[in-house]
Design a protein around this ligand. Structure first.
Ligand code: HBI
Ligand code: FE
Length: 293
């Protein structure tokens, strides 16, 4: 699929969206409709009610410092004025999912690709591809934090290497269980830092409050071996003790670890291992019911 077919998928006539080699497009902020801004407002207000006491301190702080509000879909130019100053990151608009190597190349250069479109009102809780609410509300506040800023850049650089080594699936799991679905232990309890959780009302509650999922201490080789779900809530969430842990992850040479885990068996998403440091042993009820068990 190329950028043109992707953008036409979102209702834009192919050809109206200029296609660049790096897959970026203009956000076209002026072209959002009142309806689209209203969808943003609905999502923003829902998450703003849920996140106090659930999102980590750094997320809350990042959100506070950014020009992100309920009234309108943020203008990337205004976001970038603040974000660039703080951590040297910028947000660039893309029409949807972009090829892995394009994605990594952006991250390695401290550019975060964000979908420019917003989900339709009748599918507020369903996302086929990351939209502007997931990318901006979920990811951008964390990019204001220096540890996350360096970690995601290192992921981009590591992604290009992992691809050449044929071990991208292992690295993608680390991204998934940290940047997208990570939890962090803070002084008042478990908190969300993963964008996939922070941008989803139902998963915000499920990840922290539900008895069903496992909550297990993060361990790098263990996570590399753990498959994940893209179609539903996670069965296991991995917990770090401090965001600075990600900084040390950014400096680890993954190559010897790939060699080590490459021929070891994989773990199922809900599997709990004898060596796990288990914070919550989930009941598994939610996914069992869905499997008809
Ligand atoms: N493209 N726009 C966009 N956003 C993503 O999160 C993304 C992507 N392309 C590839 C990708 N993610 C992942 O599959 C990689 O992290 C492996
Ligand atoms: Fe994401």
């Amino acid at each position: 699929m190329n950028a043109e077919t992707m953008s036409s998928k979102h209702g834009l006539a192919a050809g109206l969206v200029p296609t660049r080699a790096d897959w970026t497009i203009d956000q076209g902020w002026e072209h959002y409709s009142a309806q689209e801004h209203a969808t943003w407002k609905t999502l923003f207000e829902r998450q703003s009610r849920l996140l106090p006491g659930r999102a980590c301190d750094e997320f809350v702080q990042g959100m506070r410092d950014l020009p992100i509000a309920a009234d309108a879909i943020p203008d990337f130019r205004r976001l970038n004025d603040v974000l660039m100053q703080r951590t040297g990151w910028q947000v660039v608009a893309v029409p949807g999912l972009v090829p892995d190597e394009v994605f990594f190349e952006h991250l390695a250069n401290r550019r975060f690709p964000s979908g420019h479109f917003i989900r339709k009102p009748h599918e507020l809780d369903y996302l086929e591809e990351p939209d502007v609410f997931h990318d901006v509300f979920g990811h951008v506040p964390m990019l204001m934090n220096p540890a996350i800023a360096d970690y995601i850049q290192a992921y981009g650089q590591g992604g290009l290497r992992a691809q050449k080594l044929g071990v991208l699936d292992k690295l993608a799991r680390v991204y998934w269980y940290t940047v997208e679905f990570g939890l962090v232990q803070q002084k008042d309890g478990l908190r969300i830092y993963g964008a996939g959780i922070a941008s989803s009302a139902s998963e915000t509650v499920f990840a922290l409050d539900d008895a069903s999922p496992n909550r297990v201490r993060f361990d790098l080789p263990r996570v590399m071996r753990t498959r994940y779900r893209i179609d539903d809530f996670q069965e296991t969430y991995f917990v770090i003790n401090h965001l600075d842990e990600l900084l040390s992850l950014a400096n680890i040479d993954f190559a010897p670890l790939y060699a080590q885990v490459q021929h070891q068996p994989e773990y199922a998403p809900g599997q709990v291992l004898p060596d796990d440091v288990v914070l919550t042993r989930g009941t598994g009820m939610y996914h069992d019911a869905r499997r008809g068990g």
